[in-house]
Design a protein around this ligand. Sequence first.
Ligand code: G3P
Length: 297
Amino acid sequence: MLVLVNLKAYPCDPGEIAAAVKDVSEETAARIGVVPQTAQLESVAQTGVETWAQHVSPVAQGSHTGSLLAEAAMTAGAEGTLLNHSERRLRLAEIDDALSAAERAGLETCVCANNSDQIRAVAAMGPDSVAVEPPELIGGDVSVSTADPQIVEDAVVATASIDTDISVYCGAGVSTGEDVHAAGELGAEGVLLASGVAKADDPRVVLRDLVAGVWTGERPYTDPDENLSIGDIKPTRADSSTVSRSEELYRRYEAGVSGIEPQSGADKIRQLSRMNDLQSDNDPQDGLQTVIQRWLS
Ligand code: G3P
């Protein structure tokens, strides 16, 4: 299970947090990544912790002033990148281009989204992972796994309907081991969090508590007939004994909750996302919702 600590633009000391992350990852073998500001990618990466960019631009090398080139993030030491975070939203076609840029640079990708329709749309673009974060819970005291467990389960089902190889993370308000554990029980394979660590008096204490909740639960589903059509066990990169889907979620999937054929879905959504009227939308997320509605209709 991945714990990704997004430092956003908080007035914290990225070096101190990276050092704490390094210590706690070494003590516990937990997979913890740091997501610093662009200017601090290199210094954070040099500490040896897994380092992610907060965003990369949907561009290739060329005349793109002010962009963060995926290759530059990679050269600075980033191993992965967030895309379409609630605080750095993109149009769907831009997400597609940013994913291509990240792939070119060999960065692992996590595309954020606000709800399960958006999750399904961005999953169709083929990222390594998706993250569901309800914006209203970001920066708050109550974790998404407590305040809105349904949105996490729905994101797991929506993603599985596209591609079971895409990992699902969740975020917003996550700050304790209990929150992390609850996220794992809901089917998430990782959490994104920010304020719980970035604003902590002692990040080490919070990090130790967080990773104590890393979900290593028993396999929740044993298939008596051995005839499931999708993988019933999906190990995380960090822990091959960890299982990501519950029996109920599989049943919902098998019942055809989201029976969209993945490849045609991806092609259609790409086509829709590049239509002119959607490109000129002022609000990228309105455009995204419109694409999704047309895709689903
Ligand atoms: O990227 C993670 C973030 O949006 C969640 O923020 O402060 O609720 O942990 P926070």
